[in-house]
Ligand binder design. Structure first.
Ligand code: 13P
Ligand code: SF4
Length: 311
């Protein structure tokens, strides 16, 4: 039987043979984070994908993240451990539905802003992309004379509206993981740790965000935890984040935000990736991310606009 050490060696060997870079999101299982060349949030991962000179990108995250890497690197091979690692936000906004909505509301001349958690087909219909790490800056730069349509996350959209004072029409999508945290579940854990600070992802509901001391992207959570003046920090996001945080802020007592049902919360899409599947995708160079060139080109423009506007 293959041991964990063999598997790790095999992945490192294949990475060399393929001239591959392994990029991993902060929500991946610990072993994948530990073997990756870079671990980060959606924004950091998009920059890394743009910069790489490797031939192959093995993207350990969910499909829209790997697809973003492909859009930026049409001539590279982008593989992902599990083709079915989707995202409930992506599912909430099919490109055909957005196209039909824009057609029906043509007279509004919307400036369309898409959160990066959407398909390439949706990106191709947008003016600019944002991530949780740069949404406020980018919405502040949107043309003042056009109404904004923000897709697909209504919670993140509501947070951006509060922070920028800019009104936006919101697509009614949600992350199935982050909406599980409730006012009740967070208040309960706060009672247990009365000195704790709370950091939450902007995909949480308004009621939960109101209980947080800081609302930010997964990458910004690292700086917040490192610099926090207290030891106890309640981290209200997907549980994979705790692995990264424990490494970066080892002196802190990091407490996973609970839901009403569980002590912490996993994204089952993110957790579809395993070390075995990572080995297999490097070995077989499949599954790859592919898309029609016409869509790729249209999706690339708003991503490049984002990367330029958030430098
Ligand atoms: P970040 O860009 O903050 O890492 O968020 C990605 C995501 O999928 C959150 O659920
Ligand atoms: Fe999508 Fe939510 Fe999973 Fe992030 S945590 S990938 S937003 S389903």
């Amino acid at each position: 039987a293959t041991t964990a050490i063999d598997l790790k060696e095999e992945i490192l060997q294949l990475k060399k043979e393929r001239n591959a870079v392994i990029l991993a999101h902060n929500y991946q299982v610990g072993e994948i984070q530990d073997i990756a060349d870079y671990v980060g949030d959606s924004l950091g991962l998009a920059y890394k994908a743009q910069e790489t000179d490797c031939d192959v990108i093995a993207f350990c995250g969910v499909h829209f993240m790997a697809e973003t890497a492909k859009i930026l690197n049409p001539n590279k091979t982008v593989v992902l451990p599990d083709r079915d690692a989707g995202c409930s936000l992506e599912e909430s906004c099919p490109a055909e539905d957005l196209a039909a909505f824009l057609e029906a509301n043509k007279e509004k001349n919307y400036y369309v802003i898409a959160y990066i958690n959407c398909s390439g087909g949706v990106k191709a219909l947008c003016d600019v992309i944002v991530t949780s790490g740069n949404a406020i800056d980018i919405v502040n730069k949107a043309p003042a004379d056009r109404p904004i349509l923000f897709v697909p996350d209504a919670n993140l959209g509501a947070w951006v509206m509060e922070q920028t004072g800019r009104k936006m029409d919101l697509w009614q999508g949600a992350c199935y993981v982050h909406v599980e945290f409730t006012q009740n579940s967070i208040n309960k854990i706060k009672e247990e740790y009365p000195e704790a600070l709370v950091v939450a992802h902007p995909e949480c509901t308004t009621a939960v965000r109101m209980l947080a001391d800081e609302v930010c992207s997964t990458e910004k959570m690292i700086g917040f935890c490192k610099n926090a003046p207290v030891k106890d920090i309640i981290v209200v996001t997907e549980s994979g984040m705790l692995h990264r945080l424990q490494k970066e802020a080892p002196d802190k007592n990091l407490i996973a935000g609970p839901t009403d049902k569980c002590a912490c919360n996993d994204c089952h899409f993110m957790k579809m990736n395993t070390m075995e599947k990572l080995r297999d995708c490097l070995l077989n160079l499949t599954p790859t991310v592919e898309m029609p060139e016409e869509i790729r080109q249209r999706a690339e423009a708003p991503i490049i606009r984002m990367l330029e506007q958030s430098k």
